[in-house]
Each structure stands twice: as structure tokens, then as C-alpha cells.
Design a protein around this ligand. Sequence first.
Ligand code: APR
Length: 251
Amino acid sequence: MMLSETEIKRAAVLIKESPYTVAFTGAGISVESGIPPFRGGDGLWNKFDPSFLEIDYFYQQPLKSWELIRKIFYQYLGKARPNKAHDVLARMEARKLIHALITQNIDNLHQQAGNQDVIEFHGTTGRLICTACHQTINDTAQITKLIENLPPACPECGGLLKPDFVFFSEMIPESARERSFTAAQKATVFMIIGTSGDVFPAAMLPPRSKQTGATIIEINTAPTSYTDATTDIFLEGKASVVMEAIEKALE
Ligand code: APR
């Protein structure tokens, strides 16, 4: 299906007139930065068994879990850079065309692209936290140094360090959850960018926003479980191509 000029224009007019617009992103927005999605053909979960990210496994086998975490999320993905879709969202935040950005991604690319207020629904690889004294480490160079020896030890107390992202069977950080649902319920336009909608509770955000009156704009390379049930405007295509087209139509 070709990207429809009319639908792009319609989306742009809605965004321009919207008093409160939320952007909600998933792994699809980072695919063009070289980061594979989790599901679908070349998805990470087709290559690796996600059980190494179960929180109980992490505490029982910290070394084995950290070896995969470092390989996948630091040595490999840590070199990724924001792509045009991330850059457009950073400019839209600066122009107050989006009022909240909620991401499921832990790749830190929205932060690198310049978004000042990123609601990290699943946390981020950009921060380590000590499981004993709860001190956090944000400095990339210090993180790179600390994970040279696995499992990494807290420089303060020697406790086990953990990437500050949400492991399977872990709770979503209360503040991120609270802020996300409040923003979704306040939204007049809610943009879904590059997510399969497979993981809860994040996947509840678009239907919740729809229930409270938002118009749903979905950007994805393929239809999802949202497309028929929740989406009002479906823009099929790569996130960078569609986001650039929307930005152009906003001029
Ligand atoms: N542009 C836009 N969308 C894309 C692109 C692209 N270039 N490439 C792929 N997609 C779409 C896919 O069609 C799919 O719908 O992005 C979506 C990626 O889906 P998932 O891999 O399931 O990623 P996501 O929805 O973010 O997963 C949610 O699952 O494993 C957990 O915590 C992890 O945050 C993650 C959560």
C-alpha cells in the first residue's frame, strides 16, 4: 500500500490543531538505526531466548544474564545512533507539536536525538542501578568501564549492578506508568509509532487514549492488532519516511 498524501495531510492538520499530542514508540522506530525489532522475521526473540531477561534468572545467574545483556544491548546495540524519525520527534517536541513522548524502547535513542522529556516505560540501558544500595550510574564512559568485568559491581558498596530497564516479571516504574496513562487520557491526538502492541501494560495505552477521545494515528510497516480496532489513520511505511512526510506537511 502506497503512503497516501491525503492521509499524511490529514494527520498533519490534526497534529497542528491538537492541544495535547502524545507520541508512543516501540522497537520499530529504531530499526532504521540498525537495531532489530523483538518480534517478526529478524526479531531478537527469534535469535535469543528472552528468559535471560526474567528477573528471577538475573538474580540466580547474574553472570550468564549479564553476558547476554552486554552482548545484545551494549556491545552491539550501544553503537546505534538516532535516525530521522527520532530527529523529527525531537524537533516536534521543541516546536510543542508533541506534548509527551512515551517509549517502550530501552536504547536511549530518543534521549540522544534531543528529546528533553522521555517517559521511559521500560526504563533504559543508559542507566545502571545498584540492587543493594540503589545508587544509579548515568555516565556512558563509566558504564562502559564497569561492564568490562561481569557481573559489574557497584563502585559505592560492591553490590550487583543491574541495567535500569524493566526485566520480564518486573513492575513498570510507578512514575512512568502514572505519567503515561495520564498523558494518554489527556491526549487529543495519540501517535503509535513502530510497535506490535504485544506487551502489556504498555499495549493498553492506545485503546485507553481512544476511550478518552483521542484520534489515533498509527505508523508501521505492517498492520497490527491496533490497526482495525483502534487506529483512525494508518500510515503504512518506515517510521523515518512517514515522520519526514508528516513534518513536511506541517510546514
Ligand atoms: N518503521 C516502522 N515500524 C516498523 C519498522 C520501521 N522501519 N520496522 C518494523 N516495524 C514495526 C513492526 O511491524 C512491529 O509492529 O515495529 C514493530 C516492532 O514490534 P516489536 O518487535 O514487538 O517491538 P515492540 O512493540 O516495541 O515490543 C514491545 O516487548 O520484548 C518487549 O520490552 C520489549 O519494549 C519491548 C516490548
